[in-house]
Unconditional design. Sequence first.
Length: 409
Amino acid sequence: MEYQLIFRILEALMLIPFLFEVNQKILAYLHSKFHFLPKVKMNWLFFYHIGFGIIYYVYTLSHRSDSKAYFSRADNFEGSWFQLFGTETTFIDFFSYPFINYFEFSFELMMLLFTWIGYWGFVLGFLFFKENINVKVRVFKKVDLLTLVLFFPNMHFWSASLGKGALIFFGLMLFAFSLNKPRARILGLLFSSLLVFAIRPHMFLLLCAGGLYGLYFGKNIIALRYKVLLTSIVMVGILILKDQILSVVNLGDSTTLVADFMQFSDNRSQNLSEANSGVNMAGYSLLEKVLTFWFRPLFLDAPGFLGIIVSIENLIYLLLFGKIFRLNFFKFWKNAPSHVKTCLMIFLSTSVAMTFIMSNLGIMIRQKTMIMYFMFFVIYYFLAYDKSEEVKRRLHILNSSKSRKIVTT
């Protein structure tokens, strides 16, 4: 048995150089389209992410893991492949089935496959940031903000394993990247939306809400007829898929949605708060719940060594969030482009929705990795805007000074 395990591990490790070579082909193509894409940094990011995949795999050897359950279900399923087709957990089983049963992927190879998919989520996230922001922003004594965001450890840990994390992160970053040029990247928008819906139907609903908010209230050049057309398509899609979306919280057959949802959220929070890392948020205000979701654990309530690492990262999140609390943020927000407003709305709406059903630090740590990049983008965009405005102010002062000298002469 030990020899089989060692063989499977070696098999997965030997596949890493092959994936690296595949990356070079894809990165070369992307670099031809986006000259700002740094291939060296993306290669370092690949090995960094693979490292977290190895850490997560080692963790599964001695702990309970959803990854093992996903592999076991797909491996032992006796029906046909398309009998597994469905949403949420079932979709991961459906996605995994052909690799396990047709290509005979081991658990180690499946972990590597999902880790690789998660890596491309970070590449798409980088493209999303840099395509919109060409100003380099430095924080915390000249640390490059985008590099800092790319290498946050918690983001990599939960997107480097067999499960929902890697696929949902890839889908969300593809959605964000496609949102830059929706008409040219309509296939990316459709595919990413369907992927997000298949994994987390409620997240699809929040993407739609955020997208429509940015479309109508953001600064863009989309004609009114296209806004109406896109809104109609989204609303029809939501109506068609509403049963699947509501079934996530057991409300598919509900006739009193608000009351039933509040009852569900109370029951869910109570169950989760009884876990080892539970937080009793029953008496918290909405603001306290949201801040708990964003920034806890924070050292004093850190569950174990992993909690300490997450606490350090949460402290950095807190410091980054503090950088937008300036008066000129409101001026910026008034004229912000649609994708900036979309990102903030997705982040805020998801955060509020999660606070009603999350009372467990472990689950909070995992769930918020889905949406943190949307807020990082807003912070990055604002800091780049603020830096540009500062340069303009200095040039204006310099030109005014020169003008006064000329007049005096």
